[in-house]
Write a protein that binds this ligand. Structure first.
Ligand code: FE2
Length: 379
């Protein structure tokens, strides 16, 4: 279920005096994985991502290999090591497969680096220009929570398939996209009592603001074993909810993540669709596994969220969740972890006015599970 459960209002983003870090969008998300070739096949076959670019031995890269896949505006980079030493192997040994780079598309990667590092960001990559026959790209980078980094990508003078050093990737094997459009938000799990520290990092170093909560008091129910705040950049294109574990009746999923990831990292990537019923039907038919939603969730859901455009039957059949805020409603569903360790998963989300993140589902799901337990006499 969603763990960025603090329902937030986008419209109340605190205006910044000056957006010193204008972000045009998410450029790519890079995962370090044990076997990039097979991961690429998974994202193509099961998720409908299209092959875009490749870098490896055939392009003169000796120590590692990357496959780039795209669907809508979502670009995934899957990277594996070809040699026993190095940072990629160490990262995988420590964390399992996981997100290393959340790359942000900017007009000026040099200025982005200067503005963030002078505000306290730890440098990851000094501004670097890379060129090939398609033009030039400037990259720079800073560290964020755990071993995750942000890379700033300036690509206005580049028209190649991805970045210099990559060649176009073509596959005879084709798959249809499933309707994924763009990254709606990306959630970070951080350690005990570290949420505020990292929210302050995004505020101070990157000029983000916290989306103002209209119902903070609802967070602290007896069910909720985590805390969450949502940070957004000035134009609202980049939204990073940050979770920390909190004491609850049971070990929270955040704590489990931190144990298996060995620290802070990206917990889930929420991807947007215009037709969640169609997208989830396709994903399920291709083998993507979603979290189980007890049928009793649907007994009362319309009492909670009111009228919706969709028939309830297909939502119930697929296990799609519904939540409402004062601007509209949203439909969402969560996959099981997509890696061996119980760490990263995906969310599919369709917004119908709502700008929040599905907080109401957190409590509703727990209550549905408890109603089932009650019916079995095991509560
Ligand atoms: Fe989410």
């Amino acid at each position: 279920m969603s763990t960025d459960t603090t329902s937030q209002q986008l419209k109340k983003v605190v205006p910044q005096a000056e957006d010193f870090l204008p972000l045009l969008g998410t450029d790519f998300v890079e995962l370090y994985v044990g076997n990039a070739k097979q991961a690429a096949f998974y994202y193509q076959q099961a998720w409908g991502f299209q092959p875009v670019a490749y870098s490896g031995l055939e392009t003169g890269r000796k120590d590692s290999v990357s496959y780039v896949l795209q669907q809508g505006k979502i670009r995934l980079v899957l990277t594996s090591a070809l040699q026993p030493e190095g940072d990629i192997n160490r990262h995988i040994s420590q964390h399992g497969d996981g997100v290393k780079v959340v790359a942000l598309w900017v007009d000026d990667a040099t200025k982005s680096f200067e503005e963030t590092t002078k505000r306290g960001a730890e440098p990851y990559m000094e501004p670097t220009t890379r060129e090939d026959e398609h033009g030039k790209v400037v990259l720079s980078g800073i560290h964020t929570y755990g071993e995750t980094v942000h890379v700033f990508v300036e690509r206005s003078q580049y028209d190649g398939p991805f970045l210099p050093g990559y060649k176009k990737l073509e596959k005879k094997f084709q798959t249809e996209p499933v309707g994924l459009k763009y990254i709606d938000h990306m959630v970070g799990n951080v350690g005990w009592n570290e949420m505020n520290k990292w929210c302050e990092f995004y505020a101070k170093v990157m000029g983000f603001a916290q989306l103002v909560s209209f119902d903070d008091k609802d967070i602290s129910t007896e069910y909720t074993a985590l805390m969450s705040k949502v940070m957004s950049n000035g134009n609202g294109r980049i939204k990073f909810p940050i979770n920390e574990p909190a004491e609850g009746r049971k070990k929270s999923q955040i704590e489990e993540y931190i144990d298996f990831y060995n620290g802070a990292g990206v917990q889930h990537i929420a991807v947007a669709t215009d037709n969640i019923i169609e997208t989830v039907t396709q994903l399920r038919d291709r083998g993507v596994e979603f979290l189980y939603v007890p049928e009793v969730y649907y007994d009362t859901v319309l009492d909670r969220v009111g009228e919706i455009d969709e028939d309830l039957a297909p939502l119930k059949e697929l296990g799609i969740l519904i939540d409402r805020d004062d601007e509209g409603y949203l439909l969402q569903i969560f996959t099981k972890p997509v890696l061996d360790r119980p760490t990263m998963f995906f969310e599919i989300i369709q917004r119908k006015g709502a700008q929040s993140f599905g907080k109401g589902n957190f409590k509703a799901l727990f209550e549905a599970i408890e109603r089932e337990q009650e019916s079995r006499g095991t509560l």
